[in-house]
Design a protein around this ligand. Structure first.
Ligand code: Z5A
Length: 210
């Protein structure tokens, strides 16, 4: 039986997920929830870190096929779920994950036009039972998010994609969250302090009711 809670952060590049993970961790600690593990997708396992490097730095005459990329993200996710997320939740350890399945629907589905049915099939085949208890979607305009990311570091293969790609990704996120329960939208265009307050308030309300 699942005993821990599973919290997920989603959003496009530069939306502030890394910062949000830290805010959530600190807020949980303040509520005396001390048994919490932070993970990141793709990554956080031996296989996941290898896949992360392949996907982010892929540079070859043969393009990385969209379907191959979708499967690589899923291989990393399945490894993370089976080796870390499931065992932790079963022991009562809470998980905060920087990205999860919604990223595949937004990036591979919305951005790369892979039919969502294919992504749903993968989810149903391998990840059916592990669903987030709550997802925070950090909504930022693509130009704002990419400007932040650009100021911070050299852009990787995905970050170099066109503004149109990120607009499609954001629109897919917005369309999905308008239909789904258990997803809280945060306006991440605001100053950091306002984003921090929104996350803390929303989390506080959710903790009270769950
Ligand atoms: N991907 C996919 O396509 N399909 C999938 O299924 C999965 C992932 C799981 C992972 O790369 C890539 O994989 C990602 C999606 C794709 N590619 N893209 N684009 P990653 O892990 O390197 O990238 P990321 O997940 O987007 O993380 P990130 O680069 O670290 O972004 P972030 O965590 O959202 O942002 P941040 O690091 O917290 O903040 C970025 C900068 O902005 C930083 O300097 C902050 O200080 C600043 N910041 C944050 N918030 C604010 C506000 N409110 N105001 C001003 N400045 C701010």
């Amino acid at each position: 039986m699942i005993k821990g809670k599973f919290i997920v952060l989603e959003g496009i590049e530069g939306s502030g997920k890394t910062l949000a993970c830290k805010i959530i961790l600190k807020t949980l600690h303040q509520h005396n929830i001390k048994n919490v593990k932070l993970v990141k997708e793709p990554g956080s396992t031996y296989l996941g870190e290898k896949i992360r490097k392949i996907i982010k730095n892929y540079n070859n005459d043969q393009d990385l096929h969209h379907n191959a990329e979708l499967l690589l993200f899923h291989a990393a996710r399945i490894q993370l779920v089976e080796s870390i997320i499931k065992p932790c939740l079963n022991k009562g350890i809470w998980i905060i994950s920087d990205r999860y399945q919604l990223s595949s629907f937004a990036y591979q589905g919305g951005g790369d036009n892979i039919p969502s049915k294919k992504i749903k099939n993968l989810k149903n085949m391998f990840l059916k039972k592990i669903n987030p208890d709550i997802t925070f979607y950090l909504d930022v305009l693509p130009e704002t998010g990419l400007k932040r990311a650009f100021q911070r570091k050299k852009l990787d293969r995905i970050e170099k994609k066109s503004m149109k790609f990120f607009e499609k990704v954001r629109n897919t996120y917005l369309s999905i969250i308008s239909k789904e329960k258990n997803i809280i939208k945060i306006d991440a265009n605001q100053k950091k302090i306002l984003v921090r307050n929104s996350i803390k308030n929303e989390l506080f309300t959710w903790l009270k009711n769950n």
